[in-house]
Write a protein that binds this ligand. Structure first.
Ligand code: BGC
Length: 835
């Protein structure tokens, strides 16, 4: 028996994270057993065992919270022993977690220099003995980068993370022992405005400033062979102006090492922000590097790099020009008529300007990011070469968990596009888009994509931070959820149907995928606050601005109208029901019977009102849109589901294509009869998912028609080419092509349904999903006269198998394969769906 993937609060060997009572999880492989019968966790502080659960049938491999009162700045190690149901036993290796400062007071305090300039706080110090261990506890606003003796101290970027700084500021803990040495050492904290001092809103005038100046706080604790040294931020530090002359997340950066340097003594300051708390955010890092595909000369004579992929991050390149010469890069997503275009970026300048100081240096920005495939180069030598540039792909560091490959190349590319859009929009905050003057944590986008996101990557820790921020925002707003989280705007705006419901949908999605009740417990307050807010509205539909079925195509007479035709009052009743029922289920799981009763009664009332107001006595829907039908069907709200499905099918038949927007799209294929689901998925003409793939998309577009067939931005405005919302179709692909769906009956894939929907047009499919129980492998393949299917059920998991020939069975951990003879009929229907 092998025990692996040991996690604490869904993090691998977490250093300095806010853990509360730690939650332990692990995965078992290579065993003859099918299930765990008992487990034992032992936690050590040094040599001393501080917690021993003893062998217990109660310990859950998907999440066991233990009543361990942790001390600040302390390393714990732990291991787990597992007993299998067929008598084998395994013991894991020993792994660790280490706490941060927790509530301990800081020795120094916040310091600053300069006014509205980007600066560097620095401190030199001498060590007389070799270092045994060193940690730095640090935060900085707007964004900071830490260097020790000229080297990056963490490999992380965009620290301290983007969140509601007015409520809390995240502290990072880094192990810096390897960067220190006897003799002189130098600490530098580079600062840039980020979202704290800079704009973080699409409306420039509404931008909220968390803190008008940059500042940092740090405590470096070094244990040498002689003693412990504590060095903290105070007036002994120096501030100097930075070569980063301008920095803004939307506009980019301007660097000049030749600019005059101003120095002053650092000052203590009290920043107008919330308290320091140990981090929740998983690190944001450069996770991949890629070389450009080509260096192009455009018809206008421009020099443009093509990265071959719409990516998020920046470029790194060497510079050595004469003093004062300027290199400028502009980032864009699309060539129009073969020339560089940034027509869809609105007010974001998305540029990087480098003024040479005569020395050879490596150039790259620090406190901004770009969403781009093409880069316009200006001021570079004539013989500049593509190989000089390195694309730095930046994202939150999360384990990749799912993959799905079929025999259909356009579909495969669509699935890859959804994955790339997640990479590019998971930079600490789940953002709508990474390139224009937005890049905000839009709740609706986050909600509709969460299921897909959890198939692709382990998102438990990532959303834990987002939901913690959301809770802070909800507490400020009487339970209401703002449009974006964090909400860096002056006037509160929120409560939009399908957007604010992120407060209930994300926790529920996490629970289904990860099966850890501690996550649900942490997020039940979000859910309840939101449900209560809705219940307190006399008329929710009129209480705030809604986005409805955003960007739907069901108002062809008004192509510029963004709110789809589905009535907002209808959507409000559906989502009020949905949020109340999810919260009722969450409360029931957690044993909160009072909340369960309250939410169940609300859900019943909403269901009743919806049926009364929006359905005729024979069960016909009064709001005839694809989205209205899809949502009512999906939520089980239709009084006559078969009749409603017929209505939905005839609505699709009338146009021959989808017309759904942000809210209807994620569930559309699931609610359609199989043949229509395939038709819409594999359709290549506008509007469809594959239309954009055929036009060369490498990420998911914001709109069905973001580009015209000629590859020009459409005239609708708002045409991000990297907007993951419609990528939510990938969840359907995992659930129906891969056939793997988590079930409430056994969240975290303890029990899952395997009901693949093979299609000869795809030929074959292979889906791998690293669930909390272990890896599920699902595969099917058409032979000349048969369909072969294969399933691997991991340890601790059980599959409810529903085969295409109607056979049903329930199976524990193991490998299963099936052969189904092909009928002539089936071949035909497959070919039909290929057209
Ligand atoms: C964003 C969307 C967001 C919407 C709200 C847009 O500007 O890019 O993705 O959800 O506003 O309607």
């Amino acid at each position: 028996m092998n025990i692996q993937r040991l996690r604490v609060n869904h993090l691998e060997n977490p250093l300095g994270f806010s853990l509360g009572e730690p939650v332990f999880s692990w995965e078992v492989t290579d065993t003859i057993s099918q299930k765990q019968t008992q487990a034992q966790i032992r936690v050590f502080q040094g040599e001393q065992c501080v917690l021993d659960t003893g062998p217990s049938p109660e310990l859950d491999s998907l999440g066991t919270r233990l009543p361990l009162k942790t001390l600040p700045r302390t390393r714990y190690s732990w291991r787990v022993t597992v007993w299998g149901d067929r008598g084998d036993v395994g013991e894991s290796e020993t792994v660790w977690f280490e706490t941060g400062k927790q509530d301990e007071p800081w020795q120094g305090g916040w310091i600053r220099g300069g006014e509205k300039e980007n600066g560097i706080l620095e401190r030199a110090f001498v060590l007389s003995a070799a270092v045994k261990r060193a940690r730095i506890y640090i935060s900085g606003l707007g964004l900071y980068r830490l260097f020790l003796n000229g080297l990056s101290a963490s490999g992380e970027v965009l620290t301290p993370g983007l969140n509601a700084y007015d409520r809390w500021v995240q502290v990072q803990t880094f192990d810096v022992g390897d960067l220190l040495h006897p003799g002189e050492n130098r600490l530098e904290i580079w600062l840039g405005g980020g979202i704290s001092r800079g704009r973080f809103s699409y409306t420039p005038t509404e931008g909220y400033t968390y803190c008008p100046y940059d500042c940092a706080v740090a405590e470096l604790r070094i244990l040498t062979e002689e003693r412990e040294i504590v060095l903290s931020t105070d007036e002994s530090w120096t501030w100097r102006s930075s070569p980063i002359l301008e920095s803004s997340i939307y506009n980019g950066e301007t660097w000049d090492y030749g600019a005059p340097v101003r120095r002053e003594t650092a000052r203590r300051c009290a920043p107008p922000v919330g308290p320091l708390r140990d981090r929740l955010s998983p690190p944001v890092k450069i996770l991949r590097e890629r070389k450009p595909l080509a260096l192009l000369r455009t018809p206008k004579g421009e020099t443009v790099l093509d990265m071959g992929q719409n990516m998020v991050g920046w470029l790194r390149f060497p510079v050595s020009g004469p003093k004062g010469s300027v290199r400028k890069l502009q980032f864009g997503e699309q060539l129009e008529d073969g020339c560089f275009s940034r027509a869809n970026l609105r007010t974001a300048e998305a540029a990087f300007t480098w003024v040479c100081d005569g020395k050879a240096r490596s150039a790259e920005p620090f406190f901004t990011w770009y969403g781009f495939r093409y880069v316009l180069l200006e001021g570079f030598p004539e013989d500049v070469r593509a190989e000089e540039f390195t694309g730095c792909v930046v994202s939150s560091e999360l384990e990749e968990t799912g993959s799905l490959v079929t025999g259909h190349s356009l579909l495969n590319r669509l699935l890859e596009n959804a994955r790339w859009s997640q990479w590019g929009n998971f930079l600490d905050v789940p953002t709508d888009c990474p390139q224009r003057d937005e890049r905000e944590g839009w709740t609706g986008d986050a909600q509709v994509f969460a299921d897909t996101a959890c198939f692709h990557r382990d998102c438990a820790a990532f959303y834990t931070k987002y939901m913690a921020d959301m809770l802070e925002e909800q507490r400020k707003a009487g339970g209401c959820v703002p449009y974006v989280v964090p909400f860096a705007r002056r006037r509160f705006e929120g409560g939009a149907v399908g957007w604010a419901d992120a407060a209930t949908v994300i926790p529920w999605t996490l629970w289904l995928h990860y099966g850890d009740n501690a996550l649900l417990e942490r997020m039940l307050p979000n859910m309840l606050l939101w449900v209560r807010w809705v219940a307190a509205q006399e008329n929710w539909a009129e209480a705030c601005r809604h986005f409805g079925d955003w960007l739907a195509l069901d108002r062809p007479e008004e192509p510029k109208e963004r709110v789809g035709k589905t009535d907002v009052a209808f959507l409000c009743l559906c989502y009020a029901f949905y949020s109340a029922s999810l919260t009722a289920k969450a409360a029931a799981i957690l044993g909160d019977t009072a909340s369960e009763g309250y939410c169940t009664a609300l859900a019943e009332e909403y269901r009743h009102r919806l049926r009364k107001n929006w359905f005729t006595p024979v069960g016909d829907i009064r709001c005839r849109t694809q989205t209205a039908c899809v949502i009512a069907l999906h939520l089980g709200l239709a009084p006559a589901p078969d009749r409603l499905r017929e209505t939905l099918t005839s609505l699709v038949q009338e146009t021959g294509h989808l017309t759904t927007g942000f809210l209807g799209t994620p569930w559309l294929l699931e609610e359609l009869p199989e043949a229509w689901a395939w038709k819409l998925l594999l359709r290549e003409e506008y509007p469809s998912w594959l239309y954009e793939v055929r036009l060369g998309a490498t990420t998911i577009w914001e709109r069905w028609n973001s580009l015209t067939p000629e590859g020009r931005f459409s005239e609708t405005g708002m045409n991000s080419l990297n907007h993951y919302a419609y990528g939510s179709v990938a969840a359907w692909a995992y659930r129906r092509i891969g056939g793997i769906a988590p079930l409430e009956e056994g969240a975290g894939f303890r029990v899952f349904r395997w009901e693949p929907l093979p299609n000869p047009a795809l030929g074959h499919a292979l889906c791998r999903l690293r669930t909390p129980c272990g890896e599920i492998v699902s595969a099917w393949e058409y032979g000349p006269s048969e369909l072969r299917l294969r399933l691997r059920v991991p340890f601790g998991s059980e599959a409810e198998i529903c085969l295409p020939d109607g056979r049903q069975e329930r199976r524990p951990a193991g490998e299963y394969s099936y052969v189904i003879p092909r009928s002539g009929e089936e071949t035909e229907s497959g070919e039909e769906s290929q057209e």
